[in-house]
Design a protein around this ligand. Structure first.
Ligand SMILES: *Cc1c(COP(=O)(O)O)cnc(C)c1O
Length: 426
C-alpha cells in the first residue's frame, strides 16, 4: 500500500499505521521484552514459525516501524536498524561473507569503512581488494576472484564526494554473480535510490542526514530483494544451506525475498547485538519526517557556497559535484539530478597553515567531527581525522593537505557565505 506514495509522503507517513485508538505518533516501545499467554506461543517464535516480538535485541516495534519507513523510501522489501553506520556495513558484509571470502570495494569510501574492510575483516579471514572506481569495467573485473562474494561502493564518497557509476558497478558485480552493496548515506533516498540503478543492498549511517540533527548515532540496512542467492547457491552457503543454529532452517527457502534481512536479524543481531536503542529510533523517525525538506535546502545552500568559493580569488580549488567544472558533474546529473548533498571540500591559496587560520576565524561554522546535519560545520582532515598521516601518505589517500571539508547546513546561505568571507579576510 505504501508503494503508491511519493517520497515526501513516505517521509511523513510510512512505517507507522495506527489502528483504532492507538497513538497517532510512533511510540517508543521502551521494553526489553514482550509478553505471551502460552509457552507454546513463545516456542513458535524461537523456531521462526511465527513472527512476533520477544526480545528487543532481536526486534522492537519502534525500530521496525522506522526500518520499514526507510525500506519504503529506498524501494526495498525489508530493512533493519543497527546501532551505527559501521555496524550496518559490518553486518551486511558478514551476512554474506565468511572466513576465506573476498570483497571488491571502491577505494574512495568513508575512512571507517575502509578500515573495516581492509583491516578488521581481514583479521576475520575476509580479504578485500580496493579498486579505482573510475577504472574501466575490464580493469575492475581483474580484481574478482572465485571467492569474491560482494562488491561495495558509496553513492557519494565521504569526504571526496565522488559520484559512483552505480550502473557500471552493478553490471560488473552481476557478471561475477555477486550482489552490489551501496552505502547511500550522503545522497539519501531523496536524491538517489540505488536499487533503481541495479544495486542489491543499500546501507546507511542514519547519523548523518536521516537523523539530520546530530542527536543520535545509528545505521540501517535495506535489501532490494532482487539478488537471486539461489542462482549462485554454492557461493552463499550462509543463505542457501541449512543454519544449524536455527534447527537446520534454510533462509532462502523459508523466507524468499526476506531471506537476507531475516538472517541478519535472527543470526547476526542475535549473536553480535548491535541493536539501535528504541529511543534513538524514535528520534531518527522525527528526523526522517523532514528529510525531504532538509535535503533540498542543504543542496541549494551547498551549490551557492560552492559557486561563491569558485569565484573567490583566495580559494585554490573547490570540489562539489554540482559545479560544471567538477569531474563528476555528468555522473551527478545522471544519478543525482535534484542535487547531491551539502558536503563540499576546498583548498585555500597558501595551503595547510592558511586553512587552519581560516577555520579558527569561522564563527557560524563550527569545528566538529561530523558532517551532514542541520548546522554548518567544518573539519580539516590533515589536522584532525587523518592527523597521523604525513603529507605524502595524505596524497596517497586522496586527501590534499590543504583540504577543508565543509558541511553546509540549512541556515540562511547569505549568513554562511558572510561567515566564510569574514574568516578569509581575517
Ligand atoms: C559516517 C559514515 C559511516 C559510519 O557511520 P557511523 O554512524 O558513524 O557509524 C559509514 N559510511 C558513511 C558514508 C559515513 O558517512
Amino acid at each position: 500500500m505504501e508503494n503508491k506514495f511519493k517520497p515526501e509522503t513516505l517521509c511523513v507517513q510510512a512505517g507507522w499505521n495506527p489502528k483504532k485508538g492507538e497513538p497517532r505518533v510512533l511510540p517508543i516501545y521502551q521494553s526489553t521484552t514482550f509478553k505471551y499467554e502460552t509457552s507454546e506461543q513463545m516456542a513458535r517464535l524461537f523456531d521462526l514459525e511465527d513472527s512476533g516480538y520477544f526480545y528487543t535485541r532481536l526486534q522492537n516495534p519502534t525500530n521496525d516501524a522506522v526500518a520499514s519507513k526507510i525500506a519504503a523510501l529506498e524501494g526495498g522489501v525489508a530493512a533493519m536498524l543497527t546501532s551505527s553506520g559501521q555496524a550496518a556495513n559490518f553486518f551486511t558484509c558478514f551476512n554474506i561473507c565468511e572466513a576465506g571470502d573476498h570483497i571488491v570495494s571502491a577505494t574512495s569510501i568513508y575512512g571507517g569503512t575502509y578500515n573495516l574492510l581492509g583491516v578488521t575483516l581481514k583479521k576475520m579471514g575476509i580479504d578485500c581488494t580496493f579498486i579505482d572506481e573510475d577504472a574501466s569495467e575490464e580493469e575492475i573485473s581483474k580484481a574478482f576472484r572465485p571467492n569474491t562474494k560482494l562488491m561495495f561502493g558509496e553513492t557519494l564518497s565521504n569526504p571526496g564526494v565522488k559520484v559512483l557509476d552505480i550502473e557500471k558497478f552493478a553490471r560488473i558485480a552481476h557478471k561475477h554473480g555477486v550482489p552490489l552493496v551501496v552505502d547511500n548515506t550522503f545522497a539519501t533516498p531523496i536524491n538517489c535510490r540505488p536499487f533503481e540503478w541495479g544495486a542489491d543492498i543499500v546501507t546507511h549511517s542514519t547519523t548523518k542526514y536521516m537523523d539530520g540533527h546530530a542527536t543520535n548515532v545509528g545505521g540501517c540496512i535495506v535489501d532490494s530483494g532482487n539478488f537471486d542467492w539461489e542462482a549462485h547457491a554454492d557461493k552463499f552457503p550462509g543463505l542457501c544451506q541449512p543454519d544449524e543454529s536455527y534447527h537446520g532452517l534454510t533462509y532462502t527457502k523459508a523466507f524468499g525475498k526476506m531471506a537476507f534481512i531475516t538472517k541478519a536479524t535472527s543470526q547476526l543481531m542475535r549473536d553480535l547485538g548491535a541493536i539501535q536503542a528504541p529511543q534513538n529510533a524514535f528520534l531518527l523517525n522525527l528526523g526522517l519526517e523532514t528529510l525531504h525538506l532538509r535535503v533540498p535546502q542543504h543542496c541549494k545552500n551547498a551549490q551557492a557556497v560552492a559557486e561563491w568559493l569558485e569565484k573567490c580569488d583566495k580559494v585554490a580549488w573547490v570540489n562539489y559535484p554540482g559545479l560544471k567544472s567538477n569531474k563528476y558533474y555528468d555522473l551527478a546529473q545522471k544519478y543525482l539530478p535534484n542535487g547531491s548533498c551539502g558536503v563540499l571540500s576546498f583548498g585555500l591559496k597558501g595551503g595547510r597553515d592558511v586553512a587552519i587560520r581560516f577555520m579558527d576565524h569561522l564563527k557560524l561554522a563550527a569545528i566538529v567531527t561530523h558532517v551532514a546535519d542541520a548546522r554548518t560545520c567544518v573539519l580539516h582532515p590533515a589536522s584532525h581525522t587523518h592527523r597521523q598521516l604525513s603529507d605524502e601518505q595524505l596524497k596517497e589517500a586522496g586527501i590534499a593537505p590543504d583540504l577543508i571539508r565543509f558541511s553546509v547546513g540549512i541556515e540562511n546561505v547569505d549568513d554562511i557565505i558572510a561567515d566564510i568571507e569574514q574568516a578569509l579576510n581575517a
